[in-house]
Structure formats: structure tokens, C-alpha cells
Design a protein around this ligand. Structure first.
Ligand code: 6MZ
Length: 371
């Protein structure tokens, strides 16, 4: 495990409200309990329960969302989540979250994302790079490159690249989905790099989100879709035909889905612990990681909801090592390959006055420097 923690890693499938520390959730619940707004002992039980079906996971999210409704809390959880990933040597994370409206708290989808950005600014344990092409970069103490040569260098201070994906919840209407895409476009210069479709897979129809997803694509945003979390053959076909830049999960795929996926080379975000805990896959031995890995299909190991499923990126690598016998070299390669699938844009960023790199190359360079 120590080695898995020390190895640099890339996290591409992490839901903000699913990645909250238990201690923070309990503290927030206690606060609301003390005010008589919730029954603390009941919520405590729900938070600490270990095994949950997929349906129960979505009930838990309803509870979590009651605890994280104000701007200050959204800022706090974002800061903590990024610090937690950085502390286990994640060098690049795409954090996804569903922009929320809450009139009683004066929250709009826009102000929700502002609160998330505030959380990124509040991170103090590491440097956070989240503005892809801003003049501000010049003024940041960017330790990516030495001023004297153009080789990647070991940093004295850790850094984490953060990009945001805005999630469309499957409960939303076409208009609400479109609003999220517009917001993502507006926030592009703050590191919003793409759109995710997530939420309870038993709810909603593909055609509802399609107009917004098409529009996102036309405007140059990358798209990732939760695909095949439940058996729904027609929807899996429709999603693969859309040719998203990535998909998540792919649990309930049948032969013709695998064929289509493999010929399309769409990278798959795999969340082993999540899939096992929710019984989306019967056992680790039956997990489709093995088949995709052996077929050299692009995959990336992710946590999904590190808080809800009590896991970490390092733990996901440890599982791959212990269950499928991958050696250190293979694990490093698996992790490094993920740089190819990131949504950070290819805009040139400036590292000191003399060097210009794309955000992707900067991530790659930094990844290698940390190996
Ligand atoms: C589908 C999931 C999910 O957006 O409030 N979410 N959607 N499948 C999953 N696998 C278990 N895990 C999380 O984070 C929580 C939201 O992310 C989605 C759900 O819509 C959940 O409400 P945010 O930050």
C-alpha cells in the first residue's frame, strides 16, 4: 500500500459530494442535529453504514446533499477533497460535481461553482493549478520547470492539477441540462473542462440529455457518460454511438456492446470498489478490468466516491495488484497512460516567461518528475 500511495496518480472519476471525509459529514450532521434540523443518530447510522446497494447509495446522496447546502460548506468540502487526493500523490484530478440551486441559501448553479472555485483557492497544503490559460499563471510560483533548463524537475513543493467537470443529474430536464452546459462554457477559463452525465441510472431517458450533450460537443467541451451501470441495452448503444470522450463503469455490457466499445477505443473510467460494493459486478474476479486490460483497451482506475465507498486511488491500485497480479512497472504504466485521457485543454500555458506547454504536456511533465 505504501508504494501505491507514493506512486504519482491521475484521478478522472471523482464526484465531489461522494468524496467527503466521514469526519466532516458527521460534524456537519451534528451541527444540523444540534439545531434540531435533522435526527443526528439516524443520519449517523446512514453515513457509517458500510454495504449499500446502488439504490441505497442514491438515498445516501440525498442525505449528503442536505448536509452540504450552503456556499461555505461547498468551499470546505472542495478544499478537503483536493487536499486528500494530493496527500496520496494524485497529481491531476478531474473533480466532477452537479451545480445546484437552493433559493433558501441564495444559491444558484453559478454561485455553487464559485464556491467550489473558492475551495480550490483555499487549498494550502499543495499548490493547485486550475486556471488553464490565465495571466495569473505568470504570477504563480510555478515550480513545474526550472528557469535554467527545460527538463522536468523534482518540485520542492507538491502541486496538483485540478480540472472541473460539471455533472448533469439524470433527474434534470433538458433545459436544466442546457443551463449546466452554458455554465461550463462560461467557466471554461476557470478550469471547467467538460460535462458528465450521472445520477441514478434507474431514472430518466437518454433523449432528455442528448440536446445539451450535443451542444456541449459543438462548443468544444469534452463529455463523459455514466454508461451501463444497470442493464439497459438500448441506452448503452445510444451512448456509445454518441462517441463520448470517455465513459464510466461499463458494468452491464453485453457482447455487442463490448465489440462497439473496443472498436471505438473510448477510454473507460473503472471504479472497482464502487462496482463491488454496489453489487454491479458480482466479485473482483469477475470484474471487466481484466478483459479490457488484456485487450489493451484504454482504462483508468478511479474512486467514484472515495468517501461513500471508503476507498482511495492508492487503494484501487492496491486491489489491482493483489487481485490481478500487476507488477510495479505495469501499474506505473497504467497510471501514466491516463494522462492521454484527461480533459485538460490543449491551450498553451506559460511556465515562466520562456516556456510554453499545453496543459496536457505540463501534466505529463509533472507526472514524470514525480515518478
Ligand atoms: C451515478 C453517481 C454515482 O455531483 O453532488 N453520483 N451517479 N453513479 C454513481 N455511482 C455510484 N456516484 C455519484 O456528487 C454526488 C452526485 O454524483 C452522482 C449522483 O448524481 C450524486 O448525487 P455531486 O458533487
Amino acid at each position: 500500500m505504501e508504494w501505491c500511495v507514493s506512486m504519482p496518480k491521475i484521478e478522472l472519476h471523482a464526484h465531489l459530494n461522494g468524496s467527503i471525509r466521514d469526519s466532516t459529514l458527521l460534524e456537519l450532521a451534528k451541527g444540523l442535529g444540534d439545531k434540531g434540523l435533522i435526527d443526528f443518530s439516524q443520519v449517523e447510522h446512514v453515513i457509517l453504514k458500510n454495504d449499500r446497494s446502488l439504490a441505497e447509495v442514491f438515498k445516501l446522496f440525498d442525505v449528503i446533499h442536505i448536509l452540504t447546502t450552503d456556499h461555505a460548506t461547498v468551499t470546505r468540502i472542495t478544499k478537503e477533497v483536493v487536499e486528500d487526493f494530493a496527500s496520496e500523490n494524485v497529481v491531476y484530478v478531474e473533480l466532477r460535481t452537479t451545480p445546484k440551486k437552493n433559493e433558501s441559501k441564495g444559491m444558484s448553479k453559478h454561485s455553487y461553482i464559485e464556491a467550489v472555485l473558492e475551495g480550490l483557492r483555499a487549498v494550502s497544503s499543495v499548490d493547485v493549478d486550475f486556471i488553464p490559460h490565465s495571466e495569473e499563471l505568470k504570477n504563480l510560483s510555478n515550480p513545474l520547470l526550472s528557469t535554467t533548463n527545460d527538463k522536468c524537475n523534482e518540485n520542492t513543493r507538491k502541486k496538483i492539477f485540478v480540472r472541473l467537470l460539471l455533472s448533469i443529474d439524470r433527474r434534470e430536464t433538458t433545459e436544466a441540462a442546457m443551463e449546466t452546459v452554458m455554465l461550463a462554457l462560461e467557466m471554461g477559463h476557470f478550469g471547467v473542462a467538460g460535462i458528465d452525465l450521472s445520477g441514478n441510472p434507474a431514472v430518466g431517458e437518454w433523449v432528455t440529455y442528448l440536446p445539451a450533450l450535443k451542444f456541449a460537443r459543438e462548443q468544444g467541451l469534452c463529455v463523459t457518460l455514466h454508461c451501463g451501470e444497470v442493464p439497459n441495452s438500448r441506452e448503452i448503444h445510444d451512448m456509445l454511438d454518441f462517441l463520448p470522450e470517455r465513459i464510466g463503469h461499463a458494468c452491464f455490457f453485453e457482447e455487442d456492446h463490448w465489440r462497439k466499445l473496443k472498436s471505438s477505443k473510448i477510454p473507460v473510467e473503472l471504479c472497482l470498489t464502487s462496482n463491488i460494493r454496489t453489487l454491479s459486478v458480482p466479485s473482483i474476479d469477475a470484474h471487466h478490468f481484466v478483459d479490457l486490460y488484456n485487450a489493451k483497451h484504454p482504462v483508468v482506475l478511479c474512486t467514484d466516491d472515495s468517501g461513500v465507498f471508503s476507498t482511495s486511488v492508492s487503494n484501487e491500485y492496491k486491489i489491482v495488484r493483489s487481485s490481478f497480479g500487476l507488477g510495479r512497472k505495469e501499474m506505473l504504466e497504467l497510471s501514466k497512460n491516463a494522462v492521454e485521457y484527461i480533459f485538460a485543454d490543449n491551450t498553451v500555458i506559460r511556465c515562466y516567461d520562456a516556456y510554453e506547454l499545453t496543459a496536457r504536456d505540463a501534466t505529463y511533465c509533472y507526472y514524470v518528475s514525480r515518478q
